[in-house]
Design a protein around this ligand. Structure first.
Ligand code: HEC
Length: 110
């Protein structure tokens, strides 16, 4: 129940992002990222096992195909872009959640 609510809150925040405050988006997306277990390996500003979200945003700045490419990578897992430590597949995370997370990651300030 709680997990569903968080997912809906995040989706709602995305849909109304033109009206909702940036802080509300940030809170909802951080919650979705925690719920999806991304935060055990990724920090907003610092590398943990995987790269910091802000470093990912910097790397793909101006790359129009990045969102689709990264969503596929998060789903299937992979290695070799940031080092030899692989990201395991995140098969349990819903496709729309992965898309929302990747879009949010790509808009981070760096
Ligand atoms: C067990 C640790 C782990 C978890 C859990 C994890 N990641 Fe990763 N992630 C990594 C590692 C390690 C890399 C670097 C892979 C590479 O070098 O290609 C990475 C890379 C990435 C990248 C950049 C990929 C690229 O090719 O540049 C994105 C975006 C990303 N992760 C998002 C996520 C999201 C969103 C989640 C949650 C749904 C998540 N990760 C969960 C470890 C993890």
């Amino acid at each position: 129940m709680k997990a569903t609510w968080l997912g809906m809150a995040a989706a709602a925040a995305l849909f109304v992002s033109g009206h909702a405050s940036a802080a509300a988006d940030e809170a909802a997306m951080t919650a979705l990222s925690q719920k999806s277990a991304c935060m055990s390996c990724h920090g907003l500003d610092k590398k943990i096992v995987g790269p910091a979200y802000k470093d990912v945003a910097a790397k793909y700045k101006g790359d129009k195909g990045a969102a689709a490419k990264l969503a596929a990578k998060v789903k299937a897992g992979g290695k070799g872009v940031w080092g030899e430590i692989p990201m395991p597949p995140n098969a349990a995370v819903k496709d729309e959640d992965i898309k929302a997370l990747v879009n949010w990651i790509l808009t981070r300030k760096y």
